[in-house]
Ligand binder design. Structure first.
Ligand SMILES: Nc1ncnc2c1ncn2[C@@H]1O[C@H](COP(=O)(O)OP(=O)(O)OP(=O)(O)O)[C@@H](O)[C@H]1O
Length: 693
């Protein structure tokens, strides 16, 4: 297929003998191999095209570019060809391996400054070349800085790596979520206005810190957090106090690269003239200092892989989610460009909801700004990364749980708080409308909650426009989130009117907040009075099931159903002082006259019966003369306690009958008088008619 150099590298797999694995990438495995016809040791990168979402033409273009590149500090491909569903890229074998693997094996705390200066100078030369030819590497990091047995430094992974970091739509369409964005420039993360070769300068600065400390800033955090930190926090750098072993020029170089505004970063060409590179040495110095004593690359790689497998086994559960996987990939030294940015942003947007996180990030930011992360032995470093990552994972889990809690709260929070209140209070429907300021607030609060959630993405995006103001940026973001949270209770009725029964029931000024079924009811005093007083004022048209309206205050009303005790309250109790006997209602005398008359008649009949009986007895005993009518009356009185009342009534009836009789007589008299007058009048009228005029 493709041929790069004058040497004719064979284009068939059978001409190569694969040896041990010396590296592993996202979708590629690198082997040490023998090119049989040429009897030359090479490295063959085997790409699984099924894992790579790119079309073959895209890959071919990238490989062509890689083949055409001709610079001593850029790893050039000898040739490439496909075999089965794999693409083989044949390259020079870099026996020292990558700087990342070297650090992992022997320099966990990073390299000394002259080594760093030498390495960086070589890398920078590669960047000057690439940028001058219009290429952006986009994957500058220690894992892609390869060293051969002589100490020659080559920047690898240009071109072919492009298939791992598609841009634009292709990147967005991918769902993979692998790697960490530790080296990624803020403007690349934002993808708002695109990016240029200055993105490589940022990655170069991060790589400088990686070589200085043995790991990249933020490397122990999951990708979404790294994204957030990169965008929000002040750029990482070397600390003047803590990183005493490094020169001021090194610190200046890093600071110059890690400026958030790409325009303010120097070009690779300008950077190459930086005083820091006066510390750089020859490449064989590298061979002497960092390669000396190292075991063969394949062996180192296997050892690292074994360690990783052990730890993976121990922390199997930990590595089941994608964030863990990304950390795992970082430890393996895999590039981190093909994650889904949208996913990251969305998750980052969620994370920044947590104000606790903000403060934590602040301290983290400080730490990284100081340039101090944990410094441990290689194994410890891996373990520590995992432990730290475990912490980060649990932190993350906690944060996400908090978000879950918030989301649950939002889900549980009523759209119309007054509807929820209806469960505790009787609320007039008209109070549920937009007229209620509280309901407006709560509705606003709800929608604001949602828009806040959505706008957080926008907040992250808007960060792009700002530069070097991590603190203010963070505070502004924190503010928007905090504001949203604070608005949640204050804008709704929830806190005051639903959650605070305790407070409300104890507050005399707010007794209208009495819950529908309070634990204790007081049926005495004012409440009874109020009930009695308003009983007759029940509003027509009220729902009978909810009882008559007893009291209405503002949006709330208290109904008789609410206030009634379990047993029926006797309306008369309060009047009659607790007596349960009914009080006879007042009636007119005329309405009971017939009844009284009837009783009187009965009494009269009974009296006659008694008199007959007594006469019979008298005759029988011969003592008839001893009993007078008066005596009989006395006897009757003694015999019947109700006779007194009967006599009174009888007297009244007789009196009334007499009155009626008098009235009838009077009426008759008046009628007679009236007819006499009429007659007189008629007589006078006739008399007048007869008198001539
Ligand atoms: N020519 C080479 N000689 C020796 N080792 C190599 C060579 N090329 C790559 N490697 C090793 O293999 C590892 C993976 O290679 P490479 O980075 O090209 O694959 P990748 O899939 O692109 O990975 P990444 O996603 O990390 O870029 C490198 O980190 C390096 O350690």
């Amino acid at each position: 297929m493709e041929q790069a150099s004058e040497k004719k590298y064979p284009l068939t797999a059978k001409d190569y003998k694969l040896y041990e694995e010396v590296g592993e990438g996202v979708s590629a495995t690198v082997y040490r191999a023998l090119c049989v016809p040429l009897n030359e040791i090479v490295a063959i990168k085997v790409l699984d095209l099924e894992k790579c979402n790119n079309d073959l033409d895209g890959i071919r273009r990238e490989v062509q570019t890689m083949i055409l590149i001709d610079h001593p500090n850029v790893l050039r491909a000898h040739c490439s060809f496909t075999t089965g569903h794999n693409l083989w890229v044949v390259m020079p074998y870099m026996s020292g391996g990558s700087c990342l693997h070297i650090m992992k094996s022997a320099f966990p705390e990073g390299f000394e400054e002259p080594v760093i200066a030498t390495l960086l100078r070589e890398v920078l030369k590669a960047l000057v070349y690439l940028h001058a030819h219009g290429h952006i590497h986009r994957d500058v990091k220690a894992g892609n800085i390869l060293i051969d047995s002589n100490g020659a430094v080559k920047l690898a992974d240009f071109g072919v790596a492009a298939c791992m970091f598609d841009t634009g739509d292709r990147q967005r369409s991918r769902n993979t979520f692998v790697g960490t964005p530790c080296w990624m420039a803020p403007e690349v993360m934002q993808q708002l206005h695109g990016y240029d070769f200055k993105a490589d300068i940022w990655s170069f600065g991060i790589t400088a810190l990686e070589l200085a400390h043995g790991h990249a800033p933020f490397s122990k955090y999951p990708p979404m957090k790294v994204l957030l930190m990169t965008l929000q926090n002040a750029p990482p750098g070397l600390d003047y106090e803590r990183d005493k072993r490094f020169s001021k020029s090194f610190k200046d170089l890093v600071a110059a690269c890690l400026v958030k505004d790409p325009k303010k970063r120097p070009s690779s060409e300008k950077l190459l003239k930086h005083p820091f590179f006066k510390h750089a040495r020859s490449t064989d110095y590298l061979a002497r200092t960092i390669l000396d004593g190292l075991s063969p690359l394949g062996e180192r790689f296997r050892n690292l892989k074994d360690k990783e497998a052990d730890i993976l086994l121990q922390n199997k559960a930990l590595y089941e989610d994608k964030e863990q996987l990304s950390q795992q990939e970082y430890i393996r030294g895999i590039s981190a460009w093909n994650f889904n940015l949208e996913d990251l942003k969305n998750q980052a947007a969620l994370i920044q909801d947590d104000p606790v996180l903000s403060s934590e990030e602040s301290s983290v930011s400080e730490k990284h700004t100081d340039g101090h992360d944990d410094v441990v032995s290689p194994v410890d470093r891996v373990c520590s990364e995992r432990a730290n990552h475990s912490n980060a994972a649990s932190q993350l889990e906690e944060e996400l749980n908090n978000i879950d809690d918030l989301e649950n709260s939002l889900a549980a929070f009523p759209i119309k708080p007054l509807q929820a209140l209806k469960g505790c209070f009787d609320v007039c429907d008209d109070d549920m409308g937009a007229g209620s300021p509280n309901s407006r607030d709560s509705a606003h609060s709800d929608s604001e909650q949602q828009s806040q959630q959505q706008s957080l993405m926008g907040d992250v995006d808007r960060e792009s426009g700002r530069d070097d103001a991590g603190d203010s940026r963070q505070s502004s973001l924190s503010y928007s989130v905090t504001a949203a949270r604070k608005k949640f209770p204050s804008g709704s009725l929830l806190q005051d009117n639903v959650l605070s029964h305790k407070k409300l029931t104890g507050d005399g000024d707010r007794e209208y907040h009495q819950p529908k079924y309070p634990a204790e009811r007081n049926y005495s005093g004012p409440l009874q009075y109020r009930q009695k007083k308003d009983f007759s004022n029940s509003t027509a048209g009220e729902d009978p099931s909810e009882g008559a309206l007893i009291e209405r205050r503002g949006r709330f009303k208290v109904t008789s159903a609410d206030l009634s005790p379990k047993g029926p309250v006797n309306y008369f109790n309060s009047i009659a002082g607790g007596s349960t006997s009914p009080t006879i209602p007042s009636v007119s005398a005329a309405s009971i006259l017939p009844s009284l008359h009837c009783i009187l008649q009965q009494n009269a009949i009974q009296r006659e019966e008694l008199l007959k009986l007594m006469k019979f007895v008298e005759q029988a005993s011969g003592n008839a003369g001893e009993l007078t009518e008066a005596g009989i009356n006395d006897f009757v009185q003694q015999m019947s306690p109700s006779s007194v009342r009967e006599r009174e009534l009888q007297a009244q009836v007789i009196q009334m009958q007499q009155s009626i009789g008098s009235l009838v007589e009077e009426l008759q008299r008046l009628k007679t008088r009236n007819s006499q007058l009429e007659r007189k009048l008629n007589a006078m009228l006739k008399k007048d008619d007869r008198i001539p005029e």
